[in-house]
Design a protein around this ligand. Structure first.
Ligand code: SF4
Ligand code: SF4
Length: 222
């Protein structure tokens, strides 16, 4: 039976390499270099080519919209209260029949995120009751002036997708804000298009929204 050595002695014991190991030991480090010659290159060509960013990366914030173009943010300020870095400022205002920006009573009139303070923890997203606030994969948040790193609502608001109708406009007739939250709005309606046509005939989203309404009607008729 071999005698077991004490643990502290084994800790400092020389690792025997054998004859070949001893022979090639002085150049063993080159093995890593030589095998790396035959591996695919991993050099990122940024900024000429965008890097792969994981889908759940926490980048610039985004205030989302419903499918008819109304904003999801109701100006409740829960995101601002949840923020450990005090990076968010929200000021709400009342929706009116002439200017309805979000379903329900109120919308976020002012929305600022201070990227000098933000630590990208995502707690603001967790706090948002309407899922208005998400974080995009945009990480290019550098600038020359401190003031330029305080983003205003237009910089954060999600762009209108094809077929959405720019707010303000009335909610979908017969639906409540709760119906909006439950995902029952699938796009603008004819009444919303007519309202915008009457109040803002030059609105650039009008044509595509009107076409989306016609397409949806034809689809339903099939
Ligand atoms: S990600 Fe974190 S630090 Fe940044 S605004 Fe949201 S809660 Fe505040
Ligand atoms: S983003 Fe969400 S939590 Fe923040 S004010 Fe708007 S609705 Fe409230």
């Amino acid at each position: 039976m071999t005698e077991q050595k004490p643990a502290d002695e084994m800790l400092y014991e020389h690792d025997p390499k054998g004859f070949l190991g001893e022979l090639f030991a002085p150049v063993a480090g080159y093995g890593v270099t030589i095998t790396s010659f035959f591996r695919p290159t991993v050099t990122e060509q940024y900024p000429f080519e965008g890097p792969y960013v994981m889908p759940r990366f926490h980048g610039r914030h985004q205030l989302n919209r419903y499918a008819d173009g109304l904003e999801k943010c109701i100006g409740c300020e829960l995101c601002a209260w949840a923020c450990p870095a005090d990076a968010i400022l929200v000021e709400a205002a009342n929706n009116t029949p002439e200017a309805q920006y979000a379903p329900g009573e109120r919308y976020g009139r002012v929305y600022q995120v201070n990227y000098l303070r933000c630590i990208f923890c995502g707690l603001c997203m967790e706090a948002c009751p309407t899922r208005a606030l998400t974080m995009s994969t945009d990480f290019e948040l550098a600038d020359y002036k401190r003031a330029d790193l305080i983003f205003e609502k237009p910089q954060i608001l999600a762009p209108l997708e094809e077929g959405m109708l720019a707010a303000p406009h009335p909610m979908v007739e017969g639906l409540t804000d709760g119906d909006y939250y439950r995902g029952e709005v699938t796009g603008p309606t004819q009444a919303q298009v007519d309202w915008v046509r009457e109040h803002r005939p030059e609105d650039p989203t009008l044509q595509a929204a009107a076409k989306a309404v016609v397409d949806k009607t034809q689809e339903a008729a099939k």
